[in-house]
Design a protein around this ligand. Structure first.
Ligand code: NAD
Length: 363
């Protein structure tokens, strides 16, 4: 976070498809929170993804990245759509996403998997397995691992082959481990570190370093799990987890698995932080071209991303809770967007769901 008085500068990147619709609701909610909790918000809008390609030919124009770097936090909608699907990989809207993550140096991706009790029925897991108040936080390392190691197509023993290199530097493991313990301290004080130390040297190194860092956090319980076991445990006993910390590859898979326990992609927020605590906040879902522009999108993932911004970037836990409680109350009162609706729900459009949350924000 930059040195801020009590006005926060936020760069808003609505993007494509339902991005602008859900971000509009998230901004409305943030405005209301600012009014109730007495702080200022200054928004600067910029383009990313398909809309940026249409205007400038570049999915991440340099001005967009510059604006983000000058702000206190970034709120992003979603990018992509069929219009741009035939472009080469590095020119597609999704290249803008990778570009902004690396451009801002965000190395830690926080993906909460939390079940709001009124939505328990949407979970693919049985009630007795979900239990009460399921609340897991998957912390995925975002800038290292096999995704960024040397990769090549070559010939080995006369056979065409390909390889990717799994690599982690010590400081990369240390900083994500430290963040995991710090985060767990504010939660249930449990960290599960996931690796494949029975097979991979990188994982043995990961385990050694996490264990070393743990010595600075004697109040936090540390457990190590192999990734195959972790994948099973998430669906047979998810309640055992508090913070799960893992590398980029395993985190990519486990964060989706844990998130899906909650039942709806329209409910999942995320935060990605750099070493200075600067954050990029975005819903996990994509641009949903099939429902874009129809006032059908669920804005709650974007709204809950604002709650994460309040907590992680601005250290305003009470304001974050006010947003989460407002979302909970709307759901408890039987309102739902189309994706969450059951036969007894009163179905709201994206805009109306935003209004419903705004009107339930209390200090
Ligand atoms: P998607 O998440 O956009 O949609 C998957 C399904 O979930 C669709 O049926 C959609 O209608 C529904 N859905 C998603 N978000 C919803 C919401 N908030 N409310 C109600 N329903 C919602 O994934 P996709 O269809 O695989 O991808 C569509 C486009 O989005 C592609 O161009 C893809 O590359 C892009 N994408 C972007 C991001 C991102 O910006 N972070 C992430 C994933 C996909």
């Amino acid at each position: 976070m930059n040195s801020v008085t009590n006005t926060y500068k936020i760069t808003v990147l609505p993007g494509d498809g339902i991005g602008p619709e859900v971000i509009k609701q998230a901004v409305k909610v943030l405005d209301k929170v600012a009014e109730v909790f007495g702080f200022g918000v200054e928004y600067n809008y910029a383009d990313i993804g398909g809309i940026a390609i249409d205007k400038t030919g570049d999915p991440l124009p340099a001005e967009t990245l510059e604006l983000c770097k000058k702000s206190d936090a970034v709120l992003l909608g979603a990018v992509g759509g069929p219009k741009w699907d035939d472009l080469p990989l590095n020119k597609r809207p999704e290249a803008g996403l990778l570009g902004i993550r690396s451009g801002l140096g965000v190395f830690a991706n926080f993906r909460p998997a939390k079940i709001f009790p009124p939505l328990k029925n949407s979970s693919p897991l049985k009630d007795r397995i979900i239990g009460d108040n399921l609340d897991i936080l998957v912390l995925r390392e975002l800038t290292g691992d096999v995704y960024f190691g040397e990769k090549k197509r070559t010939v080995y023993d006369g056979e065409p082959c390909a390889y990717d290199t799994m690599i982690y530097r010590k400081f990369e493991i240390e900083r994500i481990a430290r963040l995991a313990f710090e985060t767990a301290r504010k939660r249930k004080k449990k960290v599960t570190s996931v690796d494949k130390a029975n097979v991979l040297e990188v994982s043995r190194f990961w385990r050694e370093i996490v264990t070393e860092v743990a010595k600075d956090y004697p109040d936090v319980e540390l457990k190590h799990l192999y990734v195959d076991n972790a994948a099973m445990q998430i669906v047979i006993n998810p309640g055992q987890f508090d913070v799960i910390v893992t590398g980029n590859l395993f985190g990519d898979i486990l964060s989706d698995e844990a998130a899906m326990i909650t039942g709806s992609i329209g409910m999942l927020p995320s935060a990605s932080l750099n070493s200075k605590g600067f954050g990029l906040y975005e819903p996990v879902h994509g641009s949903a071209p099939d429902i874009a522009g129809q006032n059908k999108a669920n804005p709650l993932a974007a709204i809950l991303s604002v709650a994460m911004m309040l907590e992680y970037s601005f250290n305003m836990k009470k304001a974050a809770e006010a947003v989460e409680n407002a979302v909970l109350r709307v759901l408890q009162e039987g309102y739902a967007t189309r994706d969450l609706a059951t036969e007894n729900s009163e179905v709201l459009g994206c805009e109306e769901m935003g209004d419903a949350v705004v009107s339930r924000i209390i200090g």
